[in-house]
Each structure stands twice: as C-alpha cells, then as structure tokens.
Design a protein around this ligand. Structure first.
Ligand SMILES: Nc1ncnc2c1ncn2[C@@H]1O[C@H](COP(=O)(O)OS(=O)(=O)O)[C@@H](OP(=O)(O)O)[C@H]1O
Length: 131
C-alpha cells in the first residue's frame, strides 16, 4: 500500500537525539504545497530543499504524476522518482489499512492515501506510472 516513498531526510544521529515533535516540525518546515492544475499535474512549484542537501527538482520537470497521488504530496520530496521502500501486501479484510495507519503515525514515513493497485490494475503501465 505504500506509494512512492520519499527518502528519509534525517541523519541517523540527529533522529535519535531530537524529540519527536521537534523533528516533525523540522521536517515540515519550509514546505510549500505545489499548486495542481485541473488534470492533477503539479507544475511550477519550487522543489523541497533541506539544509545541506541538493535541491529536489520541481515536480513538473521530473514527471507527470498519476492523479490519485497528486493530492498526496509529501513534504519530504515526492518530486524524486524513488520507488517505495516498502509495500504492504494483504488479502481483503486482512487488516492492512490498520497497519498502514499505524506506520503513518511515524514522522519519517510517507504513504499514499489511496491504494495504488499497481500490481492488479496498473502493472501494464510500468514503473513510470508507479513513480
Ligand atoms: N488488530 C485487528 N484485529 C482484528 N481485526 C482488525 C484489526 N485491525 C483491523 N481489523 C479489521 O480488519 C478489517 C479491515 O481490513 P482491511 O484494512 O484489510 O480492509 S480492506 O479489505 O482493505 O477493506 C476491519 O474489519 P471489519 O470492521 O469487519 O470490516 C477491521 O476492523
């Protein structure tokens, strides 16, 4: 169920030392939500840049985003074309939504809001669709 995951943007040392609320605030600071056009494509927004890191290219320059993901932009750099770092796979009524919600509480985890259905509905469109 996890969508295009973002790279973790915390240094291991800093993550361990920082209080959770402070770390969340730092991760979210400076994020400007991209403006979306009517077809769900993000355009013209500046990329996200954390201190000491290379700038993330604007979304429009990096890809055309499937509409279902367009409103689920992460403050941690969805402009990158990273594939997910984890997938939740399960049968219907297996409790996968509960697992996703538990994981989503963690400030370093970003996940898509809707089930991407890549493997059963969109597989033919390839990894470019997934990203
Ligand atoms: N920890 C735990 N223990 C027991 N049952 C649990 C647990 N977590 C989730 N649930 C129940 O799992 C049902 C939802 O599963 P899914 O999220 O996989 O549903 S779905 O198929 O994606 O719609 C849903 O069941 P129903 O309420 O009968 O629909 C949840 O109540």
């Amino acid at each position: 169920r996890c969508g295009p995951a973002s790279p973790l943007r915390t240094s291991p040392t800093r993550s361990l030392e920082e209080p959770r609320a402070q770390r969340t605030k730092r991760l979210l600071s400076g994020w400007d939500a991209p403006e979306l056009s009517s077809d769900g494509d993000a355009g013209g927004s500046p990329g996200v840049q954390m201190p000491g890191e290379a700038p993330v290219p604007p979304l429009a320059a990096s890809r055309r985003m499937p509409p279902r993901f367009a409103a689920k932009l992460s403050p941690l750099g969805d402009g990158s074309k990273k594939l997910p770092q984890a997938l939740i796979i399960g049968v219907k009524k297996g409790g996968t939504r509960a697992l996703l919600e538990f994981l989503r509480v963690h400030p370093d985890i970003r996940a898509v809001g809707a089930e991407p259905h890549f493997f059963d509905r969109n597989y033919e469109d390839g990894l470019e669709w997934y990203r």
